[in-house]
Design a protein around this ligand. Sequence first.
Ligand code: GCB
Length: 618
Amino acid sequence: MRKLGRLLAAVGVAAFISFPSGAQIAPLIANVTARHAVSLNGDWQVIVDPYDTGYLDYRATPLDNNNAFFKNYKPKSKSELVEYDFDKSGQLKVPGDWNTQRESLLFYEGSVWYKRSFDYSGDANGRVFLHFGAANYIADVYLNGQKLGRHEGGFTPFDFEITDKVKQQANFVVVRVNNSRAKDQVPTTNTDWWNYGGITRPVTLLTVPKTFIQDYLMQLEKGSSRHVKGWVQLNGPQLQQKITLKIPEAKFSQTYETDSNGRAEISFDSNFSLWSPENPKLYEVEIAATADRVTENIGFRSIETRGADILLNGKPIFLRGINIHEEAPLRPGRAWSEEDARTLLTWAKELGCNFVRLAHYPHNEAMLRMADRLGILVWAEVPVYWTIQWENPETLRNAQNQLQEMMTRDRNRAALIIYSVANETPISDARNRFIRQLIAEAHSNDTTRLVSAALQSHEERHDDRVQVSIQDPLANDLDVLGNNEYIGWYVHLPADADKMDWSSAYNKPLIMSEFGGDALFGFHGDELTRWTEEYQANLYEHQIAMLKRIPFLRGSTPWILKDFRSPRRTLPGIEDYFNRKGLMTDHGDKKKAFFVLQTFYEEVQTTQSQQSSYNTGK
Ligand code: GCB
């Protein structure tokens, strides 16, 4: 028996190795929310499997016999040995992280197997896709005992075509989700956020026609308020056909023809009421092919830079921003719902923001759609964070894939103006090469947005003044410079910000993408006592005074809207595994610094309505 097991396992290994991760993943379908979908959200049966017993045999080779949990095997006789049973194991909610659903899983890193049964009564002439909003970090997906494929990366969507595999009744999908950290991953082993595991975003069955509209991009060309450029991509056997694009409210309708690859280039002029934070106008756009039709609400706006200015619809704008992690407001765990998005972005609006940095990985789709509706500009980021394996081609491929998946999902969101390809990465040739590939990819795939990265500045002391500048070769490649600095927290004291003089060798806009310090809500003292609200508020006062003196500053996203969980933050009574740099608690209580920033943003808003940029008064 063991011998047979080993033989099967060896075959399993060969099959496993010959499939590079993601090999069977279908091309992503844009705008899944508009598709005929059956939700698979809800209670899933789960087995917590810290030793991967359901995945590997005792020689650590992948299992393919009935002991493999994806078989969901039941004993056929009273004597048969089967050591797992999904139906008698517990349940977890999908979407949802496992850490905050069971106390014993708070710090858990490893595998959890999810299983759910479903019937399917879809269109016999259509195609069926199993779609995951996200699963952190590796997801091995099986349907009816057969492997569909693997997805790597915890924050982006993926789908598998199951047209030929799905039955009308008694299907079962099993997913092994593993959130173990590893050096070659993106992000790598070290971060400052909670490693929430699980199927963290919705799961749906999508039904589409045989040839369907898979993807498209529709946006104003940089610098134009009327000219839309874009494309539509079909998928299926009838790639060459006529498609019609309509925007009824703009009285626009035009027919295009897709080529033999299923692609049509779109180009037209129209008079739009342009999307902006003050006017988050969305138009219903309809794309129709012979057998498919999809509609989506899209805003039209242009974003570009001119010297140190960021121009939204041709006018300079100062980005009054804040950082946000994807943690739920008012309850623990990952955020994923429309309600979560509304609450977080409403808090940002209350702070006076017209901009958010969704740190440090792609947030859920609801967040981007809500930003479109509420009129909040967005910086979206991939988790190329701190020190990852710059020399590893697999790590680069992984980062590129995550960037692609993020762009595919979000590229029709008017709110999204900046793609960020990295955060606080140490300068080296290998790192520069790695990140340059991401920048080039973002630029070539999407010419309607700006590319940035959160860099780090360099200080030089001159008597009692300090010269601060960015000296990073990547600055040449980016459209907008992001900079993280912790003057007054990790370095210097808050008042030292008064001595800092910023200069730039680049004629480009700067966004101060992070600054801040920790405060425990309700803890009071003088302004030099760490962890007090007074220390944090004073830090913000000095930071803001410094920001006002940076001539090329065009935005700021202080760190961070609300406190968030982090395993690095162990100080008892203060941190208790929370990063306390929030301007609010995780329950929405506002700390003193919230009001300091709010006042600054009110001032910026008033000033900006009279002049084009905050600092220069141009
Ligand atoms: C940073 C990181 C951010 C951390 C923050 C901190 O520079 O970009 O992820 O959470 O500092 O609080 O130290």
